[in-house]
Unconditional design. Structure first.
Length: 44
């Protein structure tokens, strides 16, 4: 399952999507950090 997940994330990233791959306990923090980084960089 992990190689399939990595391939899916790579394909999404190659298509321009921002992929946040985090463990469930860190997902909220990673999503918030990614959002703030995107906002600060003007990509939103």
């Amino acid at each position: 399952a992990l190689p399939q997940r990595a391939r899916a994330a790579a394909r999404l990233g190659a298509a321009g999507a921002v992929v946040v791959d985090a463990e469930p306990g860190r997902l909220a923090v990673e999503l918030a950090d990614t959002y703030l980084e995107l906002k600060a960089s003007g990509r939103l």
